[in-house]
Write a protein that binds this ligand. Structure first.
Ligand SMILES: [Zn+2]
Length: 292
């Protein structure tokens, strides 16, 4: 009763508290038959509980990814930012040209950001129970978090010792997003403007982009250089066929002639055989297109 808004001063007079609902004193047959009997007992029983809803959404800032149109430039910028943070916080300073390890760490940090932005609930599920929700788009890929907190595909190549980790378990990338597109553009350029299948195969050596086939097609289709080297051929509209080709008649009543040459042929199979000129003359029935 206390939880339903009754103060201690009134509880002494409250028969419901001391004796229970009225129907409880009657015979069983007279008890109310509705399931929700407590609601009938007293309308004041409605629980006076304050409910507050708090909706919190985490937004990830991907503006730095969207600033660059080149994957390599983006990686170098991120690597330099990480180096600045390192030099500002530690005594041991890094200097000189960027090292491969720094580029790799920069790439991992971008992918973590992109994955956190697109697969927020999946990452929470994987941290809690190592499984994603049955409604997740990643369910079929059996994703898992690696030691760098990147979501990877489980796949079936765990025993393929000749492959590296990325080939066995590619990193999952969202279908939408600038970073995924930058990777496809990079490989399209790297493969000398390769076709969509070649680009997709190269990308899948390390990543598993969702809807990758469509992204590859889109990137190849939108490439200006590829468009210039693939001009549309103008096909002239053909005129009507001549009357002799379409009116029924005897074979070879109307004939056509094709003449070609000269072709240089040997007069025999000997090595020093004489070379002669030859001409080809082809007669054909116009109606049936039978040659002779
Ligand atoms: Zn191209």
């Amino acid at each position: 009763m206390v939880s339903r808004g009754c103060c201690p001063a009134k509880i002494g007079e409250l028969t419901l508290w001391w004796k229970g609902p009225l129907w409880l004193h009657k015979e069983d047959a007279d008890w109310p038959k509705k399931k929700n009997i407590y609601c009938q007992a007293d309308e004041a029983l409605l629980e006076a509980r304050t409910v507050s809803h708090v909706l919190s959404t985490v937004k990830y800032d991907l503006s730095i990814v969207e600033k660059y149109s080149s994957l390599l430039k983006l990686l170098r910028v991120i690597a330099l930012c990480r180096r600045f943070m390192h030099n500002a916080s530690k005594k041991e300073r890094l200097s000189g040209a960027l090292q491969a390890g720094e580029i790799d760490k920069a790439e991992s940090s971008i992918i973590r950001l992109v994955q956190a932005s697109s697969f927020t609930s999946e990452i929470q599920d994987l941290c809690k129970s190592s499984q994603v929700s049955p409604k997740s788009v990643l369910l079929r890929l059996r994703p898992f978090l690696d030691k760098n907190n990147l979501i990877r595909v489980s796949g079936r190549l765990g025993n393929a010792s000749t492959l590296n980790e990325s080939q066995q378990h590619p990193i999952i990338l969202p279908a939408k997003g600038v970073f995924t597109k930058l990777i496809f553009i990079y490989w399209h350029d790297n493969l000398m403007h390769g076709g969509q299948q070649a680009v997709l195969s190269a990308v899948r050596q390390k990543y598993w982009p969702l809807n990758g086939r469509n992204i590859a097609r889109h990137v190849v289709h939108r490439c200006v250089k590829c468009f210039k080297y693939r001009p549309a051929v103008v096909k002239p509209i053909m005129g009507d066929l001549p009357e002799a080709r379409v009116r029924p008649a005897q074979a070879f009543k109307k004939t056509g002639v094709d003449f070609a040459g000269p072709f240089i042929i040997k007069s025999s199979l000997r090595r020093n055989a004489l070379l002669n000129k030859a001409y080809a003359c082809l007669f054909f029935a116009l109606l049936l297109k039978q040659g002779t």
